[in-house]
Design a protein around this ligand. Structure first.
Ligand SMILES: [Zn+2]
Length: 110
């Protein structure tokens, strides 16, 4: 992996972090609306609670992904970054661009 490729992956991670943070904020905004609606409309309460749970799970999943991407970002300058943890081969750059948090190549992922 050369410096330009590293930079490209770094930018990809940064833009995904930004995107996920915005998605979390959007989900949080929806959640607030559901909560305030509950007070007014009792008939849809069950559905609203369900929606709220989905939103909660969504936030939880995305927050976890944020952590994974942040740790990938902090490891990008390490020699082992981009190396498959199983077969020690270099993970192809296109795969790292799609999924920068990959720790395994496609073959070892299965
Ligand atoms: Zn591998």
């Amino acid at each position: 992996m050369n410096e330009a490729q590293k930079q490209e992956i770094r930018n990809k991670i940064l833009s995904r972090l930004q995107q996920i943070r915005e998605e979390i904020n959007a989900t949080k905004a929806i959640k607030t609306i559901i909560v305030s609606d509950c007070a007014i409309d009792q008939s849809n309460r069950v559905e609203q609670i369900r929606q709220n749970q989905i939103a909660e799970e969504n936030i939880h999943k995305k927050t976890k992904l944020l952590g994974v991407l942040e740790s990938a970002l902090s490891q990008i300058d390490q020699v082992y970054f981009g190396q498959c943890e199983i077969c020690k081969q270099e993970i192809p750059i296109p795969r790292l661009l799609i999924k920068p948090e990959s720790k395994r190549c496609v073959g070892c992922e299965k």
